[in-house]
Design a protein. Structure first.
Length: 318
C-alpha cells in the first residue's frame, strides 16, 4: 500500500468539544493550530482521494468473508458528548488501528447509527411529574411510577405503559443525544475516515443501520426495537451477515447497544456452536455506561459459555 497509517489516521480522537476543551485547558496555541491543520489534512475528500491512488484489492475476491459490525461509534458517546462514555475515544483509537492492520482482510462494514428526535419515550420531553417538570437524565421510570402518578407520559399513554411492562430492563431517561442531523449523530471522525478509505480501496459498500425512530420504545439493539408491536426488524441484514465466515463486533456502549445487538443477532441460534464460533467481540473496543458494569460482566460470561470468541484487538490478527 502506498499510504502509511499516518496518512489516513489522525492524532486526535473523539468529538470536537472534547478535543478542543483539552487543548484550551493546557493553553497550547500550537496544539490548536495542529488540530486545525489535521482537520484539513484528514478531510473526507482527501481520504477518499488517497484511496483512489491505491491499487484496488476488491472485497469480492476474498476467499474468507469477514464482516465488521460497528455499533454506535458516534460523537454523542465520546467523552464530553451528550451521553459521553469514559474511555470511548481510546476505544475508537483501538478500533481504527485494528481496521488499519486488517484492511485487506475485512470484507464489509455494517455500521449502526443511533438516531433520535426530541420526542421519545427515553427523553425528558416525554414525561412530567405532578408539577409539570421533566425528569432529570438517568431517572429510572417503572410501570408502577405511571400507575402511582409519580411520572406521567405526555404522549401515547397506553402505548407507553405497555412498553414499560414489556421491557426486559427498567426504562432509563437519557440526556438528549444523537439527535438527527446534529454533530452528535455523526460518526467519530477517524472512524468515518477509515470506513470510507476501506470502502473505496476495497470497492465495498458500507451498510448503515439507523435505529431509534420508534417513539414508544427503546432500541438499544441494531436489529429491532425492544418493544416491537409493529414487528420492525432487520432480518434481511441479519441473514446476510450470517453468511460471513467471521463476524466481528465492536462499539458503544458495551452495557447497552453492543450487548443487545449481539443478543438480538444470535437469538434462536444460541445452541448452534458452529455459528457461535463465527463471532468475535473486541473486548478492548467498548466501554460501559457507568453503573452498568455488572450487567456487562454477567452477559460476557454467558456469551463465552455459548462459544463466542471474546478477544483483544491488539492480539487478534485476521
Amino acid at each position: 500500500m502506498k499510504n502509511l497509517k499516518e496518512n489516513i489516521i489522525g492524532k486526535y480522537f473523539g468529538n470536537n468539544k472534547n478535543i478542543i476543551s483539552k487543548i484550551v485547558e493546557i493553553g497550547d496555541i500550537e496544539k490548536l493550530r495542529e488540530y486545525r491543520n489535521e482537520l484539513e489534512y484528514y478531510s473526507i475528500d482527501n481520504i477518499i482521494k488517497r484511496a483512489d491512488n491505491e491499487k484496488k484489492n476488491k472485497a469480492l475476491t476474498d476467499n474468507e468473508k469477514i464482516a465488521f459490525i460497528g455499533i454506535d461509534i458516534q460523537n454523542s458517546f465520546m467523552p464530553n458528548g451528550e451521553l459521553g462514555i469514559e474511555e470511548a475515544d481510546k476505544d475508537v483509537k483501538r478500533i481504527v488501528n485494528f481496521i488499519w492492520e486488517n484492511m485487506d482482510k475485512i470484507t464489509k462494514f455494517y455500521v449502526t447509527l443511533d438516531s433520535h428526535r426530541v420526542f421519545h419515550i427515553f427523553m425528558p420531553s416525554w414525561w412530567s411529574d405532578k408539577n409539570g417538570n421533566p425528569p432529570k437524565p438517568f431517572t429510572v421510570i417503572t410501570p408502577e411510577d405511571i400507575e402511582n402518578k409519580k411520572w406521567t407520559p405526555c404522549y401515547n399513554q397506553n402505548e407507553t405503559l405497555e412498553c414499560l411492562k414489556f421491557l426486559k430492563r427498567p426504562l432509563v431517561v437519557w440526556n438528549y443525544h444523537t439527535i438527527e442531523g446534529t454533530e452528535g449523530e455523526s460518526l467519530e471522525r477517524n472512524f468515518a475516515n477509515i470506513l470510507y478509505f476501506h470502502s473505496r480501496y476495497r470497492e465495498s459498500e458500507i451498510t448503515f443501520i439507523k435505529k431509534g425512530f420508534s417513539k414508544e420504545s427503546e432500541r438499544y439493539g441494531a436489529f429491532k426495537p425492544e418493544y416491537n408491536p409493529n414487528f420492525e426488524n432487520e432480518d434481511k441484514i441479519v441473514n446476510e451477515i450470517w453468511n460471513y465466515d467471521k463476524i466481528i463486533f465492536a462499539g458503544e456502549a458495551r452495557s447497552h447497544c453492543l450487548l443487545e445487538s449481539i443478543n438480538q443477532f444470535i437469538e434462536g441460534k444460541e445452541e448452534n456452536k458452529e455459528l457461535m464460533k463465527k463471532i468475535y467481540i473486541l473486548e478492548d473496543c467498548s466501554a460501559d455506561i457507568i453503573g452498568f458494569e455488572e450487567y456487562s460482566k454477567t452477559s460476557y460470561d454467558r456469551l463465552k459459555k455459548l462459544g463466542i470468541n471474546i478477544v483483544k484487538s491488539s492480539n487478534f490478527k485476521l
